[in-house]
Ligand binder design. Structure first.
Ligand SMILES: [Zn+2]
Length: 407
């Protein structure tokens, strides 16, 4: 029969220079403690990889490993220190763990898998008996691993998006790959400088091959794109334009609801989301109550909603001239409505018409931006606000970066 140490030696699959010296089973503490010793005669310097003599051994360290049955399993070892001619005395790395981690790589891999199935850090922490901070650190290392493995492949269509961060109107900007549907990088704020910094996360040869950048009508984004991607077209796409149109319909609704409410008419109260839905996405019940709203009374909100819906046709054109002709037709209808919020947004679209018409050429899909947006929204709501930008960035890249984070 195998001895317990040989048994664990085989289970751990460590290099032959590491031996299991002792296995201690604590029934009371529900723990298996495995002591490891380094038996090699020399070791590589962690800085340069040069084979060096062993100087001494660093103080004892512990790493949490995958559980043995229901028993928490801990590896204990003193890592050898090398005496490198060039780098002096350095502690060698453990083959089973990342530098600075209190967990083995296999345990971290398990945490990553759990997090991929359950997007709630606290739930994973509770399940494994870890602190929120410890799980956060595992996620950071996983993201760092994935980011390091990224290659500088060609990405023809990219997008920039702002996301609110914390409640006090702070923002982060994300750089998205619209071809693959993933977030490439995240920076704090949405200034020109921050956006330029974000764009330089792409290698020079990648920047040269970008054909279009889908952005909001936010000046710093355009300035940064013009300075770093002078050959790419700026596109104000469906995703960004819809946001403004929805907001202006809501402004009309709020104003009208206030006026109606003042004379005791509560028709519009609580109807905000009804006006945001597209007709084809309404259930039968939603559709019939919406029809009552729109037909029974001649609401200004109804007119604003119709104008917003009419604009959806714009995204179907495949010829720039026809799209431009349609825009003129639509803007005249907006003028006739005399609804100030709609006219204001129409004026803004008119000022950026060239870039809106660029959509016809590139036709970047709305689904990618919407998909990433709703995923980030979920991350935000499951975390109930982030204390640090770094945690927010980590989660966006962990869940939306399509990274290879395997051990
Ligand atoms: Zn060295």
């Amino acid at each position: 029969m195998q001895s317990l140490t040989t048994h664990y030696q085989q289970l751990l699959g460590l290099p032959s220079t590491w031996k299991v010296e002792n296995v201690d089973l604590s029934m009371l503490g529900k723990q298996v403690v495995i002591n490891l010793v380094y038996t090699g005669k020399s070791i590589s310097c962690p800085e340069c990889g040069e084979t060096c003599s062993i100087y001494d051994q660093a103080p004892e360290q512990k790493w949490r490993h995958l559980d043995t049955m229901q028993f928490e399993t801990i590896l204990v070892a003193r890592l050898p220190r090398v005496n490198c001619k060039e780098h002096g005395v350095k502690t060698a790395g453990a083959p089973w763990a990342d530098k600075h981690s209190r967990f083995t790589l296999m345990f971290e891999g398990f945490v990553v898998q759990l997090l991929q199935h359950c997007a709630n850090t606290q739930a994973v922490a509770t399940l494994l008996g870890l602190s929120w901070h410890a799980v956060d650190q595992v996620m950071r290392r996983a993201v760092a691993r994935g980011m390091k493995r990224r290659t500088a492949e060609t990405i023809e269509h990219i997008g920039l998006d702002e996301k609110s961060f914390r409640v006090d109107h702070q923002y982060v900007t994300t750089l998205n790959d619209l071809d693959e549907g993933r977030v490439l990088e995240v920076v704090e704020t949405r200034t020109t400088e921050a956006t330029e910094h974000l764009l330089t996360s792409l290698a020079r040869e990648q920047r040269e091959k970008v054909k279009s950048v889908a952005i909001d009508m936010w000046k710093p984004f355009a300035t940064a794109v013009n300075s770093l991607l002078p050959d790419a077209d700026i596109v104000h796409d469906h995703f960004h334009v819809s946001k403004y149109l929805n907001e202006s319909v809501d402004k009309v609704r709020r104003q009208e609801s206030r006026n109606l409410n003042a004379v005791g008419d509560k028709t519009l109260i609580g109807s905000r989301y009804a006006w945001l839905r597209n007709p084809e996405n309404m259930s039968e019940k939603q559709r019939s109550s919406f029809d009552e709203l729109i037909i029974a009374c001649e609401l200004k909100t109804g007119i604003a909603w119709s104008l917003k819906n009419m604009f959806r046709v714009f995204w179907r054109f495949t010829c720039r001239d026809t799209a431009s002709y349609f825009f003129n037709y639509w803007s005249k209808a907006v003028d006739r409505s005399e609804l100030h919020p709609m006219i204001k947004v129409k004026d803004m679209l008119e000022r950026h018409l060239d870039n809106i018409l660029n959509y016809v050429k590139h036709r970047t899909t709305n689904a990618v931006s919407e998909g990433l947006n709703s995923k980030i929204q979920l991350i935000k709501s499951s975390a109930r606000g982030f204390h640090s930008l770094e945690s927010y960035r980590t989660r966006i890249l962990f869940y939306c970066g399509k990274l290879n984070m395997a051990i």
